[in-house]
Write a protein of this length. Structure first.
Length: 68
């Protein structure tokens, strides 16, 4: 099973999907910008939360464009 089949990703896989570095991704998680779940002792990023983060970026970008 590859990461395209799963509904949760590791933080590293989520960073790779967004095209950002691992440290940046951990910062987004720490700041609460990207929500995660804990499964046992493992931290995972649900695809829905990753999509939610991108949607928020788009909404914020759209709001800034309208204000200009």
């Amino acid at each position: 099973m590859n990461s395209g089949d799963r509904i949760v990703l590791t933080v590293e896989e989520a960073a790779q999907r967004l095209g950002i570095g691992r440290t940046t991704m951990y910062g987004l998680v720490k700041n609460g910008e990207v929500r995660t779940v804990t499964i046992g002792r493992l931290r995972r990023v649900p695809l829905a939360c990753l999509n939610e983060y991108v949607d928020n970026l788009l909404d914020n970008s759209h709001s800034l464009d309208q204000a200009a």
